[in-house]
Structure formats: C-alpha cells, structure tokens
Design a binder for this molecule. Structure first.
Ligand SMILES: [Zn+2]
Length: 151
C-alpha cells in the first residue's frame, strides 16, 4: 500500500470516528440508532473530504450477498447490514473514486482498516480477536495482491 492512501487519514476523520466509538458508544447501540449514527458520520466525512456520498440501508434487488457496496453512478453507499467497518470500506471506495484515485480492493481494505485502528486500536483488536472481520490488516500484508472484486 502506498502512503498516498494512508495520508488520506485526516486527523479530523480519526477524531470523528474516535468520538463515534468512544463517546457515542457506537457498538453498544441498537440497529436503528447505529443507522442514525452512520448517517451523521457520513455527513461529516463528506464535509471533511469534500465529496458527496449518499447512504442506503436497503438491499438492492440484484444483491444476494448481503455485503455492502458503493454505487459509482449515483454515489451511494449500500449497506444491507449495519457495520462500521463495511461502512468505512465502502466510504473509501467513494473517496478514491470521487478523488480520481486508483480504486482497488486492497487499497480500500487497508485504508478503512487502518483508519478504524487509528481511531480505536482496542476496538480493532477486539474485532480481530472475535474473528468478525472478513480480512485484517495482518492478512492484507500477507496477501498484498489479493484480487480486486470491487465489493
Ligand atoms: Zn471493496
């Protein structure tokens, strides 16, 4: 991963996520409250990065996987399941795409996981321990050239 991408971790974004996880206790909220919090977080992230991205929690008719996705055409993040890590992952696709940067799967994975880890190392470690991440920074280092599937 090139540093160009990690440099996009603006301190303001790290602070925002830290507040979401620690002060607002994101992980302890109900599904409904998590949706509200993610919608608020997106407004701030859009402002911080100067992009425009929408958010939908509805499953798309063609999506059988239940995974998140970012739709380049209408600039909307689709999150059929509420997940902060998936949200950050899809936001990174939005960011790279709207900033005309190389928008690949390994870069999106690293960017979002590094940001999560910087905001709350404890939450990141806990997620790794629980095995709830589809991939980790550690596995990304091992498989740096994992195929891009553009999820
Ligand atoms: Zn992806």
């Amino acid at each position: 991963m090139t540093n160009t991408y990690l440099n996009l971790h603006k301190p303001e974004a790290i602070r925002l996520l830290r507040e979401l996880i620690k002060a607002k206790k994101f992980f302890r909220q109900t599904e409904a409250d998590k949706k509200v919090l993610l919608a608020e977080t997106l407004i701030h992230l859009n402002r911080i990065y100067g992009i425009e991205t929408g958010l939908s929690f509805q499953r798309q008719f063609f999506d059988f996987s239940g995974y998140g996705s970012y739709s380049i055409n209408d600039r909307v993040i689709h999150l059929p399941r509420v997940s902060l890590v998936t949200f950050l992952h899809e936001f990174s696709h939005a960011l790279f795409n709207q900033k005309n940067r190389k928008n690949t799967e390994p870069q999106a994975r690293s960017w979002s996981l590094e940001l999560f880890k910087k905001a709350s190392p404890k939450s990141y470690d806990r997620a790794v321990e629980k095995g709830i991440l589809l991939y980790t920074l550690e596995s990304e280092t091992d498989n740096a050239n994992v195929s891009s599937e553009n999820k």
